[in-house]
Ligand binder design. Structure first.
Ligand SMILES: C[S@@+](CC[C@H](N)C(=O)[O-])C[C@H]1O[C@@H](n2cnc3c(N)ncnc32)[C@H](O)[C@@H]1O
Length: 232
């Protein structure tokens, strides 16, 4: 949409206008983010929903790092009671009515079957110690379809799914987790709307491999989906 302002023409994201009616406050969102997840997530929650989201679910809340310093009311779910989530439960069978949430946030365990790096607490924070079997190709791809089906069910029409995901190397092969996730989400009806590259200071390195023949991953993706046929 092109708007005239004091004789100047400028492009404005139509959904920003529709959602908030505050074109003067429009702030572009960069496609590469060097800050932390919490500040990015706060921006995403202002940017994509058509109106201010009231019912937000973090379906893999762990220690709740995404919400530190946030004033938003968030329902936190985790399968592990030790993280003391609002709801202990499995995000492939969630205790919510159809069409009852505005936003679902998902940050699944990223990298299966890794060696332990005792120098870092990445193993617990990022779910690195979880295993995947040979039948599942040693990946977590099989966990995406049951989750996205549930996320689609519990979101309101036009609701937003925000997913943090990282590709990785396993068994000397590049694992295209973000592609697998997009395919799974589209298959249940989501529209894939946007992708933000989030950088990290350094790569997560399996101490078993001193020499890598792939590039060291220093970024992950935040993927934005809408329960709708269109993004804007
Ligand atoms: C990568 S961590 C999330 C980290 C979190 N976003 C943070 O920054 O603190 C993934 C979490 O998903 C949880 N999880 C794994 N499978 C789950 C399932 N089926 N249902 C709910 N939670 C699950 C794990 O227990 C783990 O706490």
């Amino acid at each position: 949409m092109v708007e005239a302002s004091q004789g100047l023409l400028f492009a404005v994201a139509p959904n920003t206008l529709r959602a908030h009616g505050r074109e003067a406050e429009y702030t572009p969102l960069p496609s590469v983010w060097d800050g932390d997840d919490a500040s990015l997530l706060d921006r995403l929650l202002d940017f994509y929903p058509r109106k201010r989201p009231r019912r937000i679910l973090d379906a893999t809340v762990n220690g709740g790092r995404f919400w530190r310093g946030s004033g938003r009311a968030v329902i936190g779910m985790d399968i592990e009671a030790k993280h003391r989530p609002t709801i202990v439960g499995d995000n492939t069978a969630m205790p919510f009515r159809d069409g009852s949430l505005d936003v679902v946030v998902y940050d699944p365990p990223h990298i299966p079957n890794q060696g332990r790096d005792i120098l870092k607490d990445f193993n617990v924070r990022f779910g690195l110690i979880l295993k995947s079997s040979k039948e599942n190709g040693y990946t977590f791809t099989h966990t995406y379809p049951p989750f996205v089906r549930e996320a689609y069910r519990i979101l309101k029409p036009e609701g937003i799914l925000l997913c943090k995901i990282t590709d990785y190397i396993h068994d000397h092969q590049y694992q295209w987790a973000h592609v697998d996730f997009i395919q799974a989400a589209r298959a249940v009806g989501f529209t894939a709307c946007d992708c933000i590259v989030k950088t990290r200071k350094g790569p997560i390195i399996d101490p078993k491999w001193k020499i890598a023949h792939h590039s060291r991953r220093q970024h992950c993706y935040w993927l934005i989906f809408r329960k709708s046929d269109k993004c804007e």
